[in-house]
Design a protein around this ligand. Structure first.
Ligand SMILES: NC(=O)c1ccc[n+]([C@@H]2O[C@H](COP(=O)([O-])OP(=O)(O)OC[C@H]3O[C@@H](n4cnc5c(N)ncnc54)[C@H](OP(=O)(O)O)[C@@H]3O)[C@@H](O)[C@H]2O)c1
Length: 337
């Protein structure tokens, strides 16, 4: 097991695929992406805020191929130049790190906006310094496309749709604002600096968690399966996607020679009441809420043909929740009866 702090790692092997960097390696999605990258033969440089924190990184070292082909490097989105060493010499960068918080506890700019927007530019400035860089994949969010007050319910939203900054500010939807402004800033910077950027826009990610502590979205799902309504009340209508499909989609848009622009990544959009009806029928022993109040929100669907045309096939709602419920049961977080 090797833990490196801000040391550039040289990889010379023709047997394996080349080196890529994943920012925010200890996160819910990044951990699964690293699992998939290692399985498909990549050398992975993962950035974490604290490589010595075994609670945050222990699960990464247990991944197949990690001891041979994973290196962890310390980096923080808010420290200028922090990603230079991790990114130098990599062919590709997957930038997943971003604060996933609904509300700031004390300072909106410091906790959410700055790490998301300035942090993305910080990572991209490191990319610009790397002459061997081929492509950057930025994990954006389907929320950057769906917060609008002019949606035509008959036309599914596609990658040309952008959330309204004014609406996000008016309703204080800070996470969506941070992701929207971060993705826009990334497009502008990469356009000016000739960096090949592809962005992936996952909807709500469902599935087993590799890190021992649940991230906020996985915790929301656990709450729903235990009968809580508070978090999902606000969600109203939402797209859902299996975590493995999100990881595979990152690799697909990184590897596919024709990949360009933005890619919505979502299996199915459901109202809360449709979701709980499917879930309570499928898992009758779980105290899943019966009904949610109907919110006055526009109806929308996602058009995901762009990603499907590259070869992506999405798992169903049933498959993603079966895997998620099995995981929670296995961990003793919900009753296994
Ligand atoms: N979960 C979803 O449903 C969903 C849907 C669409 C898009 N996304 C996007 O997917 C990405 C990963 O989210 P996730 O669900 O996997 O959540 P997560 O587990 O909370 O991962 C977020 C990662 O960002 C890192 N991070 C936050 N602030 C940082 C900073 N200042 N410097 C360095 N790293 C920092 C965190 O590091 P620490 O571990 O040190 O805190 C963590 O590794 C995010 O870009 C998110 O917006 C998620």
């Amino acid at each position: 097991m090797e833990i490196l702090e801000n040391k550039n790692v040289e990889v010379n092997s023709s047997k394996y695929k080349r080196k890529v960097c994943v920012t925010g390696a200890s996160g819910f999605l990044a951990s699964w992406l690293i699992k998939r990258l290692l399985l498909s033969g990549y050398h992975v440089i993962g950035t974490v805020r604290d490589p010595g924190n075994q609670n945050k990184v222990g699960h990464l070292w247990r991944l197949q191929g990690a001891k041979e082909r994973l290196h962890l490097v310390k980096a923080n989105l808010t420290d200028e130049g922090s990603f230079d060493d991790a990114i130098m010499g990599c062919d590709g960068v997957f930038h997943t790190a971003s604060p996933v918080l609904g509300k700031p506890t004390y300072d909106l700019t410091a906790e959410i906006l700055k790490p998301a927007i300035d942090g993305t530019l910080n990572v991209l400035r490191s990319c610009k310094k790397n002459p061997s860089l081929k492509r950057v994949v930025l994990t954006s969010s389907s929320s950057t496309a769906r917060v609008r007050d002019d949606i035509d319910p008959n036309i599914p939203l596609d990658e040309s749709s952008w959330s309204s900054v004014e609406l996000c500010q008016k309703f204080e939807i800070w996470y969506v604002l941070s992701k929207t402004l971060a993705e826009k800033a990334a497009w502008e910077f990469c356009g000016q600096n000739n960096i090949h950027l592809v962005t992936l826009l996952p909807s709500f990610i469902i599935g087993p968690s590799l890190p021992p502590d649940l991230c906020s979205t996985a915790d929301d799902v656990l709450g729903l399966l235990k009968g809580k309504t508070d978090k999902f009340d606000w969600h109203g209508r939402m797209g859902y996607v299996h975590i493995d499909d999100v990881a595979l989609s990152h690799i697909l848009v990184y590897e596919h020679p024709d990949a360009h622009g933005r890619y919505l990544c979502s299996s199915k959009v459901l109202d809360n009441n449709q979701l709980v009806s499917i879930l309570s029928e499928r898992y009758p022993s779980l105290p899943i809420p019966k009904r949610f109040k109907k919110l006055d929100r526009p109806h929308y669907e996602f058009n995901t043909l762009k990603l499907e045309n590259l070869g992506m096939k999405f798992k169903s709602i049933e498959e993603m929740f079966d895997d998620c419920v099995a995981f929670f049961k296995d961990k003793g977080l919900i009753s296994s009866i």
